[in-house]
Design a protein around this ligand. Structure first.
Ligand code: 6R9
Length: 662
């Protein structure tokens, strides 16, 4: 693409430039396509009768009372399956036991130190009932909010389901968040009970959780009890009358609990999204619609065969991905899942692949950040394991760079396994745009098409659909069952954040393009889009061009203020294991490489080779902090960073560099 100088007054070009060209195609494996859960016809059928389609999917669940109306839509407030009653825990556990599948494994759990637990559906039912009885003994009743601040252990799932059973919305906070982050979420949700553990294992060491709870509760007398699971055996401070051990209270309870039927629109959980600058938003999900869409998408997108598959979402339960695809999706489908407590490099860098081999994992779902880390470590590591059980791979959390996609498909999927790039958000509750492994001819880096029953579009600044080949904003045109029902305690903010940008359309905040075939590519958050000489350039495309270079494993790109071009592109790159140290020559090579793949307009002003990047716990690069570094500003809020030191290292690298090398 040739560089065109900006015409006067054109500085605010409305659509995103479409720079990246990608011609690789991966059709579905014929054997998978022949037996696929979902065929191409599903799209037309859902288009012809969208509400009928979702009613059919809701029929996958057990309802104690059928609904009267599928959808009541008073924009922007939706109610799905109005009048219907069900219990999410019964749908996830009891009904499978009653159907004679009690001996089926629900979770193969693997602790980081190597301890393991196998939990069947029958055992899970007993545990959930005991925990529900214990919560009731502690005074929890329907509607009370319960905070869960836990490591990745089975009790975390049990606690969530016990809350769901009673109808007490759970509010899970990432175990890695600070006492402050926990405290502000406790305030906002007004939680009465905190469920936690002494600690969990991460990177080979026990890391404490209870101390952060103690600290947060020092100024919060409103929390009546803290229920503590003993996981690591660390010493803990104890507040008599407030703190109770899980093994004292839960284990002595009976294993039966009469589950009440909840309204389809009763709250199931609140999940806070960090919201990079402002106060975190408590995203509210309700019961019937949420469960319908997570259950359907888990079955459709991963082609789940519950009898034979072993499904593994390698993510934290404290992220929405864990809620929907470790807990509610797999359990509602009666699947067998793997759950792993720790990090991928403990005690060695082959841990994930060892787990795949050990449990015969057939479907694995993880974030691009993990995939790029594995690229950096080198392909000889997965090559040491038998990964032949795998049949579908998934990606979630960020745009997956085409090169990372191809690496994943080849080195983990043996060049035979389809990869589904699934786009969705905490707010959407479940997957919205994704290839279907038995239908779609996948393109590396593209989320492709909205799922059946979902109406997603790409629009320009005036809310008009962009033509094929155009770029703009992704929007959702029609309500969907697992959509957020609001922001906890703040209906006005809900309307302003999601429904005010485009009249009548839900605006997720992501940039996207539609290619010549009409397929959708996500281009990152619109807040991160760079305006260079009047062109809106997405961070994703420049990062993907960098990752396509044989020496680069990971890249983060930001726009920094520039006197000549408005903003200039600054790139931070992590090299692949075998690439050596970097140096001026490599930097020049990388700049030229971006220039030749995307055009001169996208050539970074500066490229810095760094050892790590600042990320959230769900693996998203925090570009806002990188912009602070690139513009020599004081750093903004770092409380949701997974490793706060990484950003200081970057600042040192940045200040040590001599600026532009041109
Ligand atoms: C599930 C989850 C949501 C934001 C979303 C977008 C980014 C997620 C993506 C993706 C491109 C994908 N995102 N999946 N971008 N391709 N396949 O991640 O929820 O933590 O709320 O983040 O993540 O920017 O708007 P959440």
């Amino acid at each position: 693409m040739a560089e065109t100088p900006p015409a006067p007054g054109q500085e605010n070009q409305q659509t995103l430039s479409n720079l990246l060209q990608e011609s690789r195609r991966f059709p579905p494996p014929p054997e998978l396509a022949a037996e696929a859960n979902v065929r191409a016809e599903a799209f037309a059928a859902a288009d012809a009768d969208r509400l009928g389609f979702w009613a059919e999917q809701a029929g996958r669940l057990r309802w104690e009372r059928p609904w009267d109306t599928v959808l009541d839509w008073q924009p922007p407030f939706a109610k799905w399956f109005v009048g219907g009653k069900l219990n999410a825990a019964v749908n996830c556990v009891d009904r499978h036991v009653e159907a004679g599948r009690g001996d089926k494994v629900a979770y193969h759990w693997e602790g980081e130190p190597g301890d393991t637990r196998t939990i069947t559906y029958a055992q899970l039912k007993d545990l959930v009932c005991q925990a529900a009885n214990a919560l009731e003994e502690l005074g929890v009743t329907k509607g009370d909010r319960v905070a869960i601040y836990m490591p990745m252990i089975p009790e975390t799932v049990v606690a969530m389901l016990a809350c769901a059973r009673i109808g007490a919305p759970h509010m899970v906070v990432f175990g890695g968040f600070s006492a402050d982050a926990l405290g502000s979420r406790l305030d906002d949700s007004d939680a009465k009970l905190v469920i936690t553990a002494d600690g969990g294992y991460r990177r080979g060491k026990p890391s404490g959780l209870k101390p952060a709870v103690d600290e947060a509760l020092r100024s919060r007398p409103g929390v009546r009890n803290v229920l503590v699971v003993r996981r690591t055996g660390q010493d803990v401070e104890w507040t008599e009358g407030r703190d109770v051990w899980w093994h004292d209270v839960v284990e002595r309870q009976g294993t039966e609990h009469a589950a009440p039927a909840h309204d389809a629109e009763d709250p199931l959980y609140i999940m806070y999204t960090s919201g990079t600058t402002a106060k975190p938003k408590g995203i509210l999900h309700t019961t019937g619609g949420y469960l319908t869409q997570v259950s359907y998408t888990h079955w459709a997108v991963f082609d789940l065969k519950p009898e034979t598959d072993v499904f593994w979402t390698a993510a934290d339960i404290g992220w929405v991905t864990g809620h929907s695809y470790i807990v509610y999706g797999p359990l509602s489908n009666g699947a067998t899942s793997v759950m792993y407590e720790g990090t991928p490099d403990t005690p060695h860098r082959g841990r994930f692949w060892e787990i795949v081999q050990k449990y015969g994992v057939t479907i694995a779902y993880m974030a691009p950040t993990a995939i790029r880390t594995f690229m950096k470590w080198g392909e000889d590591i997965p090559a040491q394991y038998d990964l032949s059980s795998l049949r579908v791979l998934g990606s979630v959390g960020e745009p997956i760079n085409p090169e990372a996609y191809v690496w994943y498909r080849k080195n983990i999927g043996g060049d035979r396994v389809p990869v589904v790039d699934t786009w969705w958000q905490t707010e959407t509750g479940a997957i919205m745009v994704s290839p279907l492994p038995g239908v779609t001819e996948a393109k590396p880096g593209a989320a492709m098409r909205p799922l059946p029953g979902i109406s997603v579009d790409v629009v320009d600044d005036e809310a008009k659909s962009v033509p094929d080949g155009g770029g703009g904003f992704i929007v959702v045109r029609e309500p969907w069952p697992s959509m957020l029902r609001g922001i906890w305690g703040d209906p006005k903010r809900y309307e302003e954040t999601y429904w005010s940008r485009f009249e009548g359309l839900y605006f997720p905040g992501d940039g996207a393009k539609r290619d010549e075939d009409g397929d959708i590519w996500l281009l990152g958050r619109v807040d991160d889009v760079m305006l260079v000489s009047g062109h809106n350039i997405s961070t994703t495309e420049v990062e993907s061009a960098l990752v396509a270079h044989a020496k680069v494993a990971e890249a983060a790109v930001v726009g920094a203020t520039d006197p000549v071009t408005g903003q200039a592109i600054v790139a931070f790159v992590i090299l692949r294991g075998e690439a050596g140290e970097g140096g001026e020559e490599l930097v020049r090579e990388l700049r030229d490489h971006v220039g030749s793949s995307l055009g001169p307009i996208a050539k970074p002003r500066q490229i810095l080779v760094v050892p790590e990047l600042p990320k959230t716990r769900s693996g998203k690069i925090m570009r806002r902090l990188l912009r602070d570094v690139a513009e020599n500003r004081t750093l903004g809020d770092v409380s949701t960073l997974t490793d706060a030191k990484s950003i200081e290292t970057l600042r040192d690298v940045f200040q040590g560099a001599s600026g532009s090398d041109d």
